[in-house]
Design a protein around this ligand. Structure first.
Ligand SMILES: [Mn+2]
Length: 327
């Protein structure tokens, strides 16, 4: 059930001050800056309130965030620990990393159709989950240290691609201002997380552009990244730093109304070996509805999912469907 900020904070405070309070904080599969920054910041906040904490996720923390997360120590927890999910639209995004136990708390800015936990703080209109964690810290009276501000600002800047996504709004900037006031350095974090490109990233981008499909008079742009591309360039896997925000790359084509990026995963990937990411640049279309048609999910402007098909087949299916939509 959705709770207001003050009711959610009250419940969290009560849970944290109980005897032997312990929390597993779970971030989503294929982690990004938002889920990582939000989860580790929440760990610091709950610890400040007296709880033991341990952050976990199915996939390890991407390299570009490790200098921040390594500074947050983890406690060892026992069976009585409660679960909190951050930045997960629904249970499938947790990767069932802790089995099937019920989650006590849920903090997210996507919004699932069904209830995911008894106590939820969910605001789909917010541009990053870290904004919700910041609200909570302030409501709980936890001081925003530079360490917290760096984690939360990194989350905000990566989820909004430096305040350029369609989800960016007044609240994003108000959150950013509070975090900068608390010591986050916008130039350092912005440059590190969104400007610098590795040699591997530059090679990957040029490969994607050389294999670009421009359809429906340029209104639909699709790109594809195969396992062979990754191997030849020397990118370890789909979670490597060179892959961050790669789904946004196709937006630089001015005529694009819809973009689709298809990424091949190893055949043993449980969700399927082709991941697709749809972006609706024109407000006339819903990426969420397109992804849903293929069993995926997400936001109206950006959504995706997995198919148990080859990347070529996945690309063709998405192209066919999107072309029909564009008419
Ligand atoms: Mn997010």
């Amino acid at each position: 059930m959705y709770y207001s900020l003050s009711d959610f904070s009250d419940r969290l405070r009560i849970a944290c001050t109980a005897e032997n309070a312990q929390f597993f904080i779970v971030y989503h599969i294929n982690p990004d800056g938002d889920c990582i920054g939000s989860a580790y910041a929440l760990a610091l906040i709950l610890r400040e309130l007296g709880a033991k904490v341990c952050v976990c996720g199915r996939d390890s923390v991407p390299e570009q965030f490790r200098s921040m997360t390594a500074a947050v120590s983890m406690d060892s927890l026992d069976e009585s620990a409660q679960y909190i999910a951050v930045d997960c639209s629904d249970r499938s995004r947790t990767g069932q990393v802790l089995g099937t136990k019920q989650y006590a708390f849920w903090i997210d800015h996507h919004g699932a159709e069904n209830e995911q936990a008894a106590i939820e703080y969910v605001h789909p209109e917010r541009s990053a989950c870290s904004e919700l964690v910041l609200d909570l810290a302030e409501m709980l009276g936890v001081p925003i240290t530079k360490q917290l501000a760096d984690l939360l600002y990194t989350a905000l800047v990566t989820d909004t691609s430096c305040f350029r996504t369609s989800s960016t709004n007044e609240a994003s900037f108000l959150s950013a201002a509070r975090l900068i006031q608390a010591g986050a350095n916008p130039y350092e974090i912005g440059r590190k997380q969104t400007m610098i490109k590795s040699k591997e990233r530059i090679a990957l981008e040029s490969r994607i552009f050389s294999g670009l499909h421009e359809l429906c008079g340029g209104r639909l742009i699709t790109g594809m990244i195969t396992q062979k591309d990754l191997a030849e360039i020397g990118i370890a896997d789909q979670n490597a730093p060179a892959m961050q925000n790669i789904n946004n790359l196709l937006e630089i084509i001015g005529s694009a109304e819809l973009t689709v990026m298809v990424r091949e995963y190893p055949p043993e990937n449980p969700e399927g070996h082709s991941r697709f990411a749809v972006k609706a640049i024109s407000p006339l279309y819903s990426a969420k509805a397109i992804a849903k048609h293929f069993g995926g999910g997400g936001h109206i402007p950006a959504a995706g999912g997995f198919l148990k098909k080859s990347p070529e087949e996945t690309r063709a299916l998405l192209e066919d469907y999107c072309c029909k939509l564009l008419g």
